[in-house]
Design a protein around this ligand. Sequence first.
Ligand SMILES: Cc1cc2nc3c(=O)[nH]c(=O)nc-3n(C[C@H](O)[C@H](O)[C@H](O)COP(=O)(O)O)c2cc1C
Length: 404
Amino acid sequence: MAELFDSNLYVDLARRGEAAALDFVFKPDSLFVDPDTLAGSPGFSSLDPTVLLATLARETSRIGLVTTASTTFNPPYVVARQLQSLHWASEGRAGWNIVTSLDGQGNFGVTEMPSARDRYVRAAEFTHVVRKLWESYPHRAIHEDRAGGVYADSAQVKAIDHQGEHFRVEGPSTVPTHPSGEIPLFQAGASPDGRDFAASVADAVFAASPDIEAGTELREDLRARAVAHGRDPDSLLVLPGLSMFLGNTSAQARELHRATYARLNAERRFASIESAVGLDLRAADPSSPVPVEGLADPDRPVRSRTHSDLFRRFILRERPTVAQLLERPEVVASAHWVVVGTPDDAVREIVDRVAHGLDGFIALPGGSWESIDLFFDQVIPRLVDLGLFRSEYAGRTLREHLAE
Ligand SMILES: Cc1cc2nc3c(=O)[nH]c(=O)nc-3n(C[C@H](O)[C@H](O)[C@H](O)COP(=O)(O)O)c2cc1C
């Protein structure tokens, strides 16, 4: 387990990703850990993602490095500098996953978690400030004319003098912009407010889409919202998380999936359903239909609107039994698209989603090293053979990879 905190592990994975010409490696993050959850798994224990990705910058040369930084608990000046520093250290390969955080208030002197809406309002202002700071010190201002005694054209390095509801930031940044251009922005929350924020600024959305219908609905809605913000819808990539439990046979894959989620006992599954949609199914007959009349008010405050909306949507659409609901990705896999099977099964499912409109996916191969090996050694080469993925990089920066 200590491997999880050894940067060599991430260097190896990033190099494998680079050999496969993946667009990026991605590190989610939490600013809170519940000691109770550590009994069975590392949960959100993690190195700081930006520091970790900085250690990968010089060990790799092409793969993008997407870090996560919360807009709820950080000062924008610090985040702007850290990201631009990662962009320099990686020569244009940094990406920023903008999150508003689900918890962690106790670590920042905040008594109560602000509502999701307030967090998005703050995120929009935060992102605006960060972009202004990036522009405040353009690399073209630097002349380095030693003979003439000129370092930079100081007239081009300007204060931003931001005075907003949440932040007052003078600027300029201490870090000039990297010449490769602006750092790509990612976002994940998919409530109506989250979608609107993503559609206004993001280059890519990390999407929880447990089935094709949820994926199509989200992608179409985000594209329409991007147009409403005056953007080209193709400039916003919707990338579902794809959780893969791969085996050489279907039976091996099923066993891997079962063993991985064995720690997710019935009580934790019931608790997750209750927290998302207010249904206590502990005493229900597993073969009985989920009682839709007991669903809580969709507008009540919840930890993650994205996840509670996905739960509701599935229950109302499919009218599942209690047993069926207990096995759903919404309950066991953070609502991500899950493939349990052979590499051929994974390729078939990916091809199927491509037919319904798929800009790409965030691969989450898991459960065992073998599952990761099968992803790199079999799934990716088959996607390349089908003409669905590149075999080598054309560009050098993350923005170029995303545009390909
Ligand atoms: C797929 C997905 C991934 C997320 N990853 C993170 C993360 O790494 N760190 C974090 O603090 N929040 C993460 N979030 C939480 C969001 O930033 C946001 O706070 C939350 O989804 C509430 O917004 P909503 O009302 O739009 O659902 C994630 C959300 C989703 C849907």
